[in-house]
Design a protein around this ligand. Structure first.
Ligand code: MRU
Length: 361
């Protein structure tokens, strides 16, 4: 997608065996490129959220294995690298999925061959993610088009939470891909962007990428969605997911569940967009079984932003000394989800619905 009219992806291989990323902790105030040259740098980039979003942390972890194999291609180093990468963020299953996929290929190889094969596999995972997200965009745009047709061409108002755009993937995004495809088809779309406290991925990242693409949007406080739905100002809620059980429960950024409750109460369709790498076929009960990441309380007590002179500052917003809890994700039960948008099409958020698209499971 575009930044200042120039095509970008979120991650790419760089000279000297390194990998480069857009440092998302600096957006929207600066477009900074960070160079990752070691496993340790990759683990830090994922944990500190220089890269974030379920598909992107999976791809980054795959590159992390390639960097680990460059330093030491032995069995012990491979096992330790995959342990560290999987522990860096627990909720998005894409990360463990990508690590397991690369390890399953490397384990049968001689150590001398592992770095090159890991690089090829990481590149393949990245390319497949782009293709999957593009397909999600096409399927989701059909839903937006149908709503647009019912409204006689009036703007379709989509509410989204967190950032499930191209910055959360390699390109295109999941929840935002349908919006980009709809825009390309000439459909009038406007996006309500939840700010997404505590880290403000909506206000900082979603608003940035929609602005760069020229999509009409409005940033709203996280608590405004229910009010807008009561007044008929939301036609569709579209979110991404970090892990979806085989029964259709979906973990996503904290606060998604509340949006789903408000959508159900107001008869607003609530769709979750995600590629197959986000499906966890081993789980049947999202609330009981999906591990929820808890991050440091300072992300709740403090807010980061740019001062008038462009410098970055971090300010305390809560009462000094008050403890804070920081649950990073919640689970939306399948019964509140109107449909899942995958690269293979749209299905009901049920085991039968998913198996209809993924019959090999
Ligand atoms: O904590 P983050 O920013 O990694 O959380 C990201 C989300 O919750 C996204 O909605 C999800 O990963 C889907 S990304 C296409």
């Amino acid at each position: 997608m575009l930044i200042d009219g120039k095509r970008f992806r979120t991650i790419w291989p760089a000279a000297g065996g390194a990998v480069e990323i857009i440092d998302q902790t600096r957006l929207p105030h600066a477009v900074a490129i960070a160079r990752l040259e070691s496993l340790e740098a990759v683990v830090r980039a994922i944990a500190d959220m220089q890269v974030r979003g379920a598909p992107l942390i999976g791809v980054t972890a795959a590159w992390g294995l390639a960097l680990a194999m460059r330093a030491d291609p032995g069995d012990g180093a491979l096992a330790e690298a995959s342990r560290q990468l999987k522990a860096s963020r627990p909720t998005a299953v894409n990360l463990a999925w990508a690590v397991d996929r690369v390890v399953s290929v490397l384990i049968h190889l001689l150590p001398a061959d592992r770095e090159a094969v890991a690089r090829a596999e990481a590149a393949a995972i990245a390319e497949e993610d782009v293709v999957a997200c593009r397909a999600i965009g096409e399927h989701g745009a059909d839903l937006i088009a149908a709503i647009g047709a019912r409204k006689g061409g009036e703007a379709v108002n989509v509410l989204t939470h967190c950032n499930a755009g191209w910055l959360a993937t390699v390109d295109w995004g999941t929840a935002l891909a349908p919006i980009y495809v709809a825009q390309a088809r000439g459909i009038d779309v406007h996006v309500w962007v939840d700010e997404t406290r505590p880290r403000n991925q909506g206000a900082a990242l979603t608003a940035f990428e929609l602005g760069q693409q020229g999509v009409a949007h409005t940033v709203i406080a996280d608590n405004a969605g229910g009010h807008l739905m009561q007044h008929g100002r939301v036609d569709l809620v579209l979110t991404g997911a970090d892990r979806i059980t085989r029964t259709g429960d979906a973990a996503n950024k904290i606060g998604t569940y509340l949006k789903a409750l408000a959508a159900a109460d107001n008869g607003v369709p609530f769709h979750v967009a995600a590629p197959a790498s986000t499906l966890d076929w081993s789980l049947t009960d999202g609330v009981a079984q999906i591990p929820i990441e808890e991050r440091g309380g300072e992300e709740v007590t403090h807010v980061a932003g740019a001062l008038a002179d462009g410098s970055m500052a971090r300010v305390l917003v809560s009462a000094p000394g008050s403890p804070a809890a920081n649950f990073a994700f919640d689970v939306t039960p399948a019964r509140l989800i109107t449909g899942l948008i995958t690269e293979r099409g749209v299905c009901a958020a049920t085991e039968a619905g998913l198996l209809g698209l993924f019959s090999e499971r």
